[in-house]
Design a protein around this ligand. Structure first.
Ligand code: 6GU
Length: 234
């Protein structure tokens, strides 16, 4: 997979060379490139924003640097890319959407500041790829950088071969619409707190049933909004 990130703060993404994402790049499964939007400006001050038509607070990102960035990043691409603009006004990013995006060949993340990018950029970008405005949830960040990092980590770990043991992808929160079950390790009693006895029983069927019940119980109490969509097996 190829991922291009366009941002006025490209050094935000230095951390993506660490750990699992670093190994994915070393092994050739992921080609990740960050780009400074200001490289596509041509004035002395490398201006990327301007005042909004119609008035109002804050600044709006100018369309021309974005168009030139997207032209450059799609010029020699064999594949029609998916162009993601992180935005609190977008569709909500979910595990299901991470799975869908993990099967694509080329993603471009366009990180705007929260006052926004000139709306015409999204229409222009639609002539170069599949455009998605995506939000992490119902709260506001200062820009798309942190949101892009979260989405990239969620997507890249689902590329086959990136996570060493694929079993660890199966039994985690949101994979089957439920929160994951609680985990414990040694010692069996720690600071007067024992591990649930069933986990020490060696009875695999009883352990599986207990874990499933824990998943449903936590989902009911912490995330009742997920219950209707969860695979009902109990
Ligand atoms: Cl994707 N961007 C910004 N700026 N704020 C957000 C967000 C995205 N998702 C939640 N809040």
């Amino acid at each position: 997979m190829r991922i291009d990130i366009v941002s006025i703060f490209p050094s935000y993404f230095d951390g993506l060379t660490l750990s699992l994402l670093g190994r994915a790049q070393d092994s050739g499964l992921l080609q990740l490139r960050t780009h400074d939007l200001r490289d596509w400006t041509h004035d002395r001050h490398r201006t990327v924003d301007d005042t909004p038509y119609g008035g109002g607070a804050g600044m709006v990102m100018k369309p021309e640097p974005w168009a030139q960035a997207l032209d450059a990043l799609t010029a020699n691409a064999e594949q029609h890319p998916t162009i993601i603009f992180p935005s609190p006004a977008g569709e909500v990013f979910t595990q299901e959407k991470a799975r869908e995006l993990a099967s694509t060949q080329h993603l471009i993340f366009g990180c705007g500041r929260y006052e926004g990018i000139d709306e015409r950029v999204f229409d222009y970008a639609s002539s170069l790829g599949s455009v998605r405005l995506m939000s992490l949830g119902d709260y506001v960040l200062n820009g798309g950088e942190v949101a892009s990092m979260a989405m990239i980590e969620a997507i890249v770990r689902l590329i086959p071969g990136v996570v060493g043991n694929p079993d660890s992808l199966v039994e985690e929160s949101h994979e089957d619409g439920l929160l994951e079950y609680p985990s414990y390790t040694k010692p069996s009693t720690w600071r007067d707190r024992p591990v649930p006895e069933v986990l020490l029983s060696g009875n695999h069927a009883a352990i599986a049933a207990w874990r499933r019940e824990q998943q449903w119980e936590r989902t009911r109490t912490r995330r009742p909004d997920l219950i209707d969509g969860a695979a009902s097996d109990q």
